[in-house]
Design a protein around this ligand. Structure first.
Ligand code: 13P
Length: 340
């Protein structure tokens, strides 16, 4: 295993106050977002949208790495330049989503398990040769009456650890993403309890599977009340609960924690990350950064609408959200940035 190289990539992904941009939506997810805005659901539309993203001027000021989908890593700009080359030339590290999505977990109604371990070793080799230097796998934990179950948490933690070990063997830094979903009416305290248990289970499995903690990134949810919980939390309450939970579960050897946005608005995702860094940054053993998809892309997608004439305005919006999140990493984001 190339341990030093893995450490260097993981460090580079969280260096100089940058974060990650997830642009790894599967066809069904991408189609759903396009359909909502009347954008054609075609391979060419997906390619054009991804070209818009990777050619955004100045993206590398805030973004250290982008997470691609299997279709995207094989695509090129209109002028024939492969996306991977365009990304690398811009000083951004290409990554790849390698899970094959979440499906019903047998014997556990309402719960999911992520698939994709079969044949993963060979797929990782191919992605490494194509230029990817890190990977992502998302496990889904659903909140509800009597769930998540221990069985669901254990199965997802085990799959994440098997994936992470295979990535490191192939020279790819694993982004380990156990996502406790926001849907539901659960309280902030309940989200805390579940996230704590999930992270304990994940790090226990990573240890069992011999994963080098210095060569990985954790991509967790923030600790939040459910979307339909009657009591919503302040920025400080979210920051306190999330940082306390992470301090109790994530070893100091992990170089960085990059949050998913999970359906939060772009502004809330920036404000909450900012609150954590403004209050705790100097006392944390790991970097606290972002790996957002919707919270960076959504305004740009809405402006683009599938039309060439909107590309520049959409890129401007994308740059803005990425830049707000870089400020949030420094604890220097403010609502005034949104008006500027
Ligand atoms: P969101 O930020 O939209 O939750 O997406 C992050 C991600 O990569 C999901 O796997």
């Amino acid at each position: 295993m190339h341990t030093q190289k893995l450490r260097d990539i993981a460090k580079a992904l969280v260096a100089t106050d940058k974060g990650l941009l997830a642009m790894d939506e599967s066809h069904p997810t991408c189609d759903k977002r396009f359909a909502a805005l009347g954008i054609p659901r075609t391979e060419e539309a997906r390619r054009a949208y991804r070209e818009l993203i990777v050619t955004t001027p100045g993206l590398n000021e805030s973004i250290s790495g982008v997470i691609l989908f299997d279709e995207t890593i094989r695509q090129s700009k209109k002028d024939g330049t492969p996306f991977v080359k365009a990304i690398t030339d811009a000083g951004i590290i290409p990554g790849i989503k390698v899970d094959r999505g979440a499906t019903e977990l047998a014997g556990h109604p309402g719960e999911k398990i992520t698939e994709g371990l079969d044949g993963l070793r060979d797929r990782l080799k191919e992605y490494f040769h194509m230029g990817a230097r890190f990977a992502k796998w998302r496990g889904v934990i659903t909140m509800g009456n009597g769930i998540p179950s221990r069985g669901c948490i254990a199965a997802n933690a085990h799959a994440l650890a098997r994936y992470a070990a295979l990535c490191q063997e192939a020279g790819l830094v694993p982004i380990v993403e156990p996502e406790v979903l926001m849907d539901g009416d659960h309280t902030l305290e309940r989200c805390y309890e579940v996230t704590e248990e999930v992270l304990h289970s994940v790090f226990n499995q990573l240890y069992r599977q011999m994963v080098v903690l210095e060569g990985m990134i954790l991509k967790p949810n923030m600790v939040l009340p459910g979307l339909s919980c009657r009591t919503q939390a302040t920025l400080d309450e979210v920051a306190d609960a999330t940082v306390r939970c992470l301090l109790r579960t994530v070893p100091a050897a992990v170089p960085g924690i990059a949050f998913l946005s999970g359906g939060q608005s772009g502004e809330l995702a920036s404000a909450r990350l900012n609150a954590m860094n403004a209050r705790f940054r100097s006392r944390l053993p790991w970097a606290l950064t972002f790996s957002y998809a919707r919270a960076i892309q959504q305004p740009a997608l809405e402006i683009w609408q599938g039309k060439d004439i909107h590309v520049m305005a959409a890129q401007h919006a994308l740059y803005h959200r990425a830049n707000c999140n870089r400020s949030a990493r420094r604890g220097e984001y403010s609502a005034a940035m949104e008006r500027a």
